[in-house]
Design a protein around this ligand. Structure first.
Ligand code: DSN
Length: 447
């Protein structure tokens, strides 16, 4: 039986949407740094009978019968995570990164405690205490920032920690292109008596691949999503380090109790199976080569964008990600750049830049990343071509400027109509499609 036969017959509407998405991914460049293309083996583990099973609890201690094989799956995922990251404890049940981070808060803080994290518009994540996240409402959140050069302001972190006595400090971000100063943050947390939680969601695959420093000796807790550079399903890991157990010998069981029964019910064992498969793939020598190539590709893309006059926050990258700063073109230009690139089959996301002069919804930057195109097999030569496509597309729309709120809907509508008619963007799209055709995606899947 063909993998999709049953779905095609049963639900042509959803089958059609999946087919369209597969085609979109095949014919376009996915440059969102938090995305990737998982293996077919990972997809098969997720699309399995494990979906049907309830298994509240943990391996060997379940509230449901029939969990013998579920226990095998979850134990395997746990052991692989512990081995890969060099930690004594791993919880693999978090539904995704945000609930995993919430579990960390409730394991080590009480409502109202002071917490610290990187400011959202300086690249930090919503769940590290941003004002619109529950984490910024129920804890007293103190944000640290990046310096004008785009690097984390360590002196400010130290000063804020001395003044505010946080219970928990986050290191890790969603839009930061340089190596994280885990060691310095570890020292600051120790001096403040705080827990240090490293959220390595973006860079976990680079750490496993040996091309980014690991926080394992400096942080007490490590969280990560599993679907970014780790190239697994959408899920999360929460890990406790030796340092964490030294600070609180019950930290492992506190984390587990907050995840279940504190925050979640039945774990998604089909996802956990997919995570286990991804972690096995991540442990192979080929994955080290992949991670190294992700970084080489990001640096090559940065070089080409710099050469073409596109300004990058910090001037370049140490990891898989780049942040283009269009504030000097016009504040809020990220919206236009995202849409024009989308028109040319290049998927990116608009993003705030440090010192954002516009707003998170109409930000002045775009975020780019190389994990997905590297999975397709692209190398430095292709990055140079992609940098050229991006520069050409952006050049076409440089005259657009975000107007005041009242004029925005009509202005953006007109912009959308005009980019549809734009011949240069059509030409860039054709170039992108030709490049993509040389790097077939999921040739084994026919729909
Ligand atoms: N902010 C998401 C990203 O990095 O795309 C993760 O939550």
């Amino acid at each position: 039986m063909n993998w999709f036969d049953a779905l095609r017959a049963e639900d042509p509407e959803i089958f059609g949407a999946i087919k369209n998405e597969l085609q979109r991914r095949r014919e376009g460049l996915e440059l969102i740094p938090s995305e990737n293309h998982v293996s077919v083996a990972v997809m098969q583990a997720m699309g399995s009978v494990l979906n049907d099973k309830y298994s509240e609890g943990y391996p060997g201690h379940r509230y449901y019968g029939g969990t013998k094989y579920i226990d095998d799956v979850e134990r395997t995922a746990i052991e692989r995570a512990k081995e890969l990251f060099g930690v004594p404890h791993a919880n693999v049940q978090g539904y995704s990164g945000s609930p995993a981070n919430l579990a960390v808060y409730f394991a080590v803080c009480n409502v109202g405690d002071v917490i610290m994290g990187q400011n959202l518009t300086d690249g930090g994540h919503l769940t590290h205490g941003w004002k619109t996240s529950i984490t910024g409402k129920i804890f007293k959140s103190v944000s640290y920032h990046t310096k004008p050069d785009g690097y984390i302001d360590i002196d400010e972190v130290r000063k804020l920690a001395e003044e505010n006595h946080p219970k928990l400090i986050w290191v890790g971000a969603t839009a930061y292109t340089r190596e994280f100063p885990f060691e310095e943050l570890g020292d600051i947390a120790d001096s403040a008596g705080a827990f240090l939680a490293a959220d390595i969601s973006h860079i976990a695959g680079l750490i496993v691949g040996g091309v980014h420093k690991s926080p394992v000796n400096y942080a007490h807790i490590i969280t990560s999503t599993t679907h970014k550079t780790l190239r697994g399903p959408r899920g999360a890991l929460i890990m406790v380090t030796e340092k964490g157990l030294k600070k609180d010998p019950e930290l492992d069981s506190k984390i587990d109790k907050v995840v279940f029964p504190g925050l979640q019910g039945g774990p998604h064992e089909h996802t956990i199976a997919g995570i286990a498969v991804a972690l096995l793939e991540d442990s192979k020598p080929e994955f080290k080569e992949y991670a190294a190539q992700v970084v080489k590709n990001a640096k090559a893309l940065a070089d080409e964008l710099n050469r073409r006059g596109i300004k990058l926050v910090t001037g370049g990258t140490d990891n898989h990600m780049l942040l283009a700063d269009f504030s000097s073109v016009s504040p809020g230009f990220g919206q236009f750049a995202e849409e024009a690139l989308d028109r040319a089959n290049i998927t990116v996301n608009k993003n705030t830049i440090p010192g954002e002069p516009s707003s998170p919804f109409y930000p002045s930057g775009i975020r780019l990343g190389t994990p997905s195109v590297t999975t397709r097999g692209m190398k430095e030569g292709e990055m140079k071509a992609i940098g050229g496509f991006i520069a050409e597309a952006v050049q076409e729309i440089k005259g657009y400027k975000l107007p005041g709120k009242a004029e925005r809907p009509a202005y953006i509508k007109k912009f959308r109509e005009e980019i549809l008619q734009n011949e240069k963007l059509e030409e860039v799209k054709n170039g992108v499609m030709q490049l993509c055709a040389r790097f077939p995606l999921y040739p084994e899947l026919s729909m």
